[in-house]
Design a binder for this molecule. Sequence first.
Ligand SMILES: [Zn+2]
Length: 284
Amino acid sequence: MPEGSYRFQVGSITCTVLSDGYYSYPAPWFFPNANPAELSQALESHHLPQDEVLSPYTCLLLETGRHVVLVDTGAGEYSRTTGAIQARLEMAGIRAGDVDTVILTHAHPDHIGGAIDLFGRPAFPNARYILSELEWEFWTGAHRDLSHLRVPEASKDAIHSMARRCLGPLRHQIEPVDRETEVVPGVVSIPAPGHTPGHLAVLISSGGHHLMNLGDAAVHPLHLEQPQWENGFDLAADCALLTRRRLMERAVSDDMHVMAFHFPFPSIGRASVKNAGWQWTPGW
Ligand SMILES: [Zn+2]
C-alpha cells in the first residue's frame, strides 16, 4: 500500500485507513481537566511533546463488494497540512464517483471539510451522506451554543462557519439517522453523543469479526488510559465521557478492534482493561 494508507480485512469487508494529514493543537485543548503534573508525567512516559499534540486525521474506506463507503472526509482545504483524502482514494483505486455512501461521524471541520470540493460542490457526487438528524438540527438550527467548548473563540467561529459552509451544499444528499442504523450490510451507525449532539460511532462487522470506529469519542490514547480526562472540543463533557465508556465496554467485551480518527496512524488497535481505563495496543 502507498504511504498514508493501511489495508486490512474485517471478515469479507476490505477496510483501508487513509491519512488526510494532521494538525497540531496546544495540549491543554485536548486535556482541559487533566491535572497538569499528571498530564506532564503521562506525556513524558509516552515520549510525547509537553506543549502540543500532533493529531492525525484518519478516514476509513470500506469496500463490501456491493458498496463503497467512506467514514469521514478529512478537513479538505481547512489547513495546509490536510486535504489528502482524494489523492489517497485514487491511490487506493477509488474515484470520488465510486463512493456510494459517506458516513459523517459529526460536522466538525476535520471530518466534514473534505465533503465538498474547491467550488463548494459535494466532493462525492453519487453518494448519500449519512448524518445524525440531531447533528443536522444543531448546526443548521437557530439555537446553536458552543459556549461549553474549552477552545478559543476564533476556533469556535471556525467550527461553526465550516459546518454551515459544508452542510448547505450536501442537503439534497444527506440521509439523516436517529437511532442505531445499518447503513449498508455489516456497517452500523451508533449514536454516540457528547462530543457533538449527533456524534456517531460506526461498527463494522463481518464473519464474526468487528471494528468499532470511535470517531472522536476519544481523541488520544491517553483518553483511554485516563477515561476521566475530557477533550476541550467536547460540547457536553459528562455525556461524552459516558459515551466513551459505553463504546469501549462494548468493544472490549466483544473482543473488537478499535479505530479512532485522531489516534496515531494507522489509528487502529486493541484495548484491554487496565486500572480504571484501558490500555491501547496499536496495530492490526
Ligand atoms: Zn476530530
